[in-house]
Design a protein around this ligand. Structure first.
Ligand code: PLP
Length: 360
């Protein structure tokens, strides 16, 4: 009989996909960070080095999403996000590279758009951008984005455009994307990391990563269930409160198991979302975030971004410091990219913060 692992891999490999990344991304040990905290061994999966633009988790998703768009006959890709959205930049880049016109709806909070970080890159890609003010202090909902898209639709049609509509993060089946392709790509990312860990002769006890729209976590969680059930996946939320966010992850998990015809039972306590590291909310800097960015740059030569990966690293370090892990544990930090956003934070990053990281 065919094993679950073979069945899943066969199903995923039968989906249309553009292989335009440099995979596998490196997986490496972090000796100085491990030594500093004298706790479990810490490793990193470098999805920030996935090979196009400045890398990042969205590129893996887009290998499948763009292929789906082209298979369905679309000529452009329409999506939305915040002004410094990593997703929007990577979506625009992959679209452009693979022959679709990028159409972006970018939402700003209080600050008028400045062409820096990801937005600078969107401009250089010549993506077609429309700016909107986001509801104060809130994440843009799918309903709000849908109502804007509905109003824009006649204009696109009058220009003979046939946009593939995909939700922020490429996570939820919505618009033209009827399969949870983002999560599916992260089942493969887990498999890739698992193969690397086997060649190193190690079994990871935990994966820690930044979670935002949910597909990365859903994919890694399913990947662990399928390939390495002892590995726990911990999503560090950068925007949402944990209970509602865990439901979002569950929704994507269920859509993914349906799409792949898997009978996998994921219990509530297996969806681990921590919301203790929001550090003031989405996109907000804290002293701990700044310290952790400096620490990883100085001690390991790794660049973290202030919105996602630095908050996930704040969480990982805090969990180590507070004894969450056993000394013999082996932790894999998934670096999900996002580094262009660092350059939009300019001088704010030079302020000295309070320290989570004593005695640098
Ligand atoms: C750098 C980075 N890390 C992590 C995430 C979270 O991934 P997901 O949206 O799949 O939860 C994002 C999402 O925008 C991101 O840009």
């Amino acid at each position: 009989m065919m094993s679950l692992q073979t069945k899943v891999l066969e199903k995923i490999n039968s989906l249309p996909r553009f292989n335009f990344l440099h995979l596998p991304t490196p997986l490496e040990f972090l000796p100085n960070l491990t030594e500093k905290f004298k706790g479990p061994k810490i490793y990193v999966k470098r999805d920030d080095l996935s090979g196009r633009g400045f890398g990042g988790n969205k590129s893996r998703k887009l290998e499948f999403i763009i292929a789906d768009a082209i298979k369905k006959g679309h000529d452009s890709l329409l999506t939305w996000g915040s002004l410094q959205s990593n997703w929007c930049f990577q979506a625009a880049l992959a679209s452009s590279r693979l022959g679709l016109k990028p159409l972006l709806l970018l939402f700003y909070q209080d600050k008028k758009p400045e062409d820096e970080g990801n937005l600078l890159l969107d401009r250089l890609l010549e993506a077609e951008i429309r700016f909107y003010q986001a509801p104060s202090g809130k994440v843009v909902t799918r309903d709000l984005a849908s109502s804007i898209i509905e109003k824009l639709w006649p204009e696109f049609k009058s220009r003979n455009l046939n946009p593939y509509v995909v939700s922020v993060g490429g996570s939820i089946p919505f618009g033209s994307m009827d399969t949870p392709l983002g999560a599916i790509s992260y089942i493969l990312a887990f498999y890739e990391a698992w193969q690397q860990s086997q060649s190193f002769g190690i079994d990871f006890t935990h994966i820690v990563h930044a979670t935002g729209s949910g597909a990365t976590q859903a994919g890694l969680l399913l990947g662990s269930k399928i390939f390495s059930p002892q590995t726990k996946v911990i999503g560090i939320s950068v925007s949402d409160e944990k209970t509602s966010f865990a439901q979002e992850v569950r929704m994507i998990v269920e859509a993914t198991t349906r799409a792949l015809s898997l009978e996998l039972d994921i219990k509530d306590d297996e969806i681990i979302v921590l919301d203790d590291y929001l550090e003031g909310g989405y996109g907000t800097l804290s002293g701990r975030v700044i310290d952790v960015i400096k620490l990883l740059l100085q001690k390991e030569g790794i660049v973290l971004d202030p919105v996602y990966t630095a908050k996930a690293m704040v969480g990982l370090i805090d969990l180590i410091v507070h004894g969450y892990f056993q000394p013999q544990d082996k932790i894999l930090f998934f670096h999900t990219g996002g580094t262009p956003a660092l350059f939009a934070y300019g001088k704010q990053l030079l302020f000295q913060g309070n320290s989570l990281v004593q005695g640098k």
